[in-house]
Structure formats: C-alpha cells, structure tokens
Design a protein around this ligand. Structure first.
Ligand SMILES: *Cc1c(COP(=O)(O)O)cnc(C)c1O
Length: 219
C-alpha cells in the first residue's frame, strides 16, 4: 500500500484516486478474512466456483466482488448474480448475456472491457481497433454500467517499457470519453508494474502476490 502512495506522489496524484483490488485467486477464505479485518473490501477472483465458495464463507462481511478471469459464455448467469464488477468482458455476446441475466433488484453490474493491448494472439481482449464499436454497443445495454477498460500487458522489463502499453490504454479511454462515453476506470497494474500503471493513470490496481505472497503452481 505504501507502494501505491509513493507512486501516486511521484505522478502528482492523490492516493485516494487509486483503488486497491486484492486479487485473491487460490487464497483461502481465511486469508481474505484476515485482509478484510485490515480494511480491504475489494476482492478480485478468476475462477468462478472457487469464488462462489469463498463468497458463501464470507457472507457475513460486506465485501465488493470483482470477476477478473476469462469468462465462458455458459457461466455468465452466476457471474451476473454474484459479482459487483466484471473486468474481463471482451465481446458483445458476453455483455448481452450479463445484462439479460443481471437480477432485477441488484444495482447495475459494473463493467470494464478487457483490451488485448499487447496484441498477443493467445490472449483474450478486444483489439484497440474494435474497441470503440464494442464500447458503444455495450453502453446501450440495460442492467450494466460501463466503467472503463482493463488490460494484462505482456511482461516487460523496466518502467519505461512497462509504461508504453499502459499509455495506450489511457489514450484509448480518453478517446472513448471524447466520443461521449462517461468512463471513470482504468483497471491496470499488477504486483510487478503497479508504479508504471499509476504513472499512466490507473484508477484501480489489481494486486495479488505483493499482498498475499507467492502463489502455488496453479495460480
Ligand atoms: C492474478 C492476476 C492479477 C494479480 O497478479 P499479481 O502479479 O499476483 O499481482 C491481476 N490481474 C489479473 C487479471 C490476474 O489474473
């Protein structure tokens, strides 16, 4: 957390502008409970069943749950029912299903579009070229609130190399805002590049190992 404060200071931003999402994949409900007792309220999960199990065990706590993993289209209903945010939407069909399956009575599901910012063939995410069309289509759907963009850049060594794709993300968000979409979220920055992300305008950093320690082989 001091890393966030120091990076915020370096970039002339207030640390309050930057939200911490604790990425808790592979961690036990007890580990989440320990962090919750320290005041951390936002948790990010990648694997649906694992997340649902932990949510049930922690139902006594008022936590905010973010789904950040790959989405299979036959799994959208439990995501729409059990999460506050989804960061990993990269096609219209997923957004349409989440919108249709969001229970009435719950607030709109907060959504980020995942951008394949490093152009890796093997990675999920919409391309920068296809992003405007997708964003404008998603913004018209009921029961969803399009908040911004998310990315997982290819690993890069050194802050300057890390900043390059993150800068493109900030530009893409600004361009969508100019085209009329009211976005407030840039979900970028992980344990290894959170400083670069904050320098480039991240509003939410997704931190796993720097909070919990190294993950096992599955993570
Ligand atoms: C695992 C994961 C993170 C956290 O990564 P760390 O390097 O452990 O901080 C962030 N975002 C996504 C999408 C992840 O899958």
């Amino acid at each position: 957390m001091t890393r966030i404060e120091r990076a915020a200071m370096r970039s002339g931003r207030s640390a309050e502008e930057i939200q911490l999402l604790a990425v808790s994949k592979t961690r036990s409900a007890d580990e989440l409970r320990t962090l919750a007792a320290l005041g951390i309220r936002r948790f990010g999960e990648n694997y649906l069943q694992e997340a649902l199990d932990k949510q049930a065990q922690l139902a006594d706590l008022a936590l905010e749950w973010h789904f950040i993993g790959p989405i299979q289209s036959n799994k959208t209903r439990p995501i729409a029912e059990h999460f506050d945010w989804v960061h990993s939407v990269d096609r219209l069909k997923l957004a349409q299903r989440l919108s249709a399956q969001r229970p009435t009575g719950l607030p709109p599901l907060n959504l980020c579009l995942q951008v394949n910012i490093s152009g890796e063939a093997s990675k999920s995410g919409v391309t920068l070229e296809q992003l405007p069309e997708l964003a404008h289509a998603v913004a018209t759907l009921p029961n969803l609130r399009l908040r911004g963009l998310m990315c997982i850049p290819a690993p890069a060594v050194g802050e300057n190399a890390q900043r390059e794709p993150l800068h493109s993300m900030a530009e893409a968000k600004a361009s969508l805002e100019t085209s009329g979409l009211p976005l407030d979220t840039l979900s970028m920055g992980m344990s290894s590049d959170l400083e670069a992300a904050i320098l480039e305008g991240a509003t939410l950093v997704r931190i796993g190992t720097a909070l919990f320690g190294p993950r096992g082989p599955r993570g």
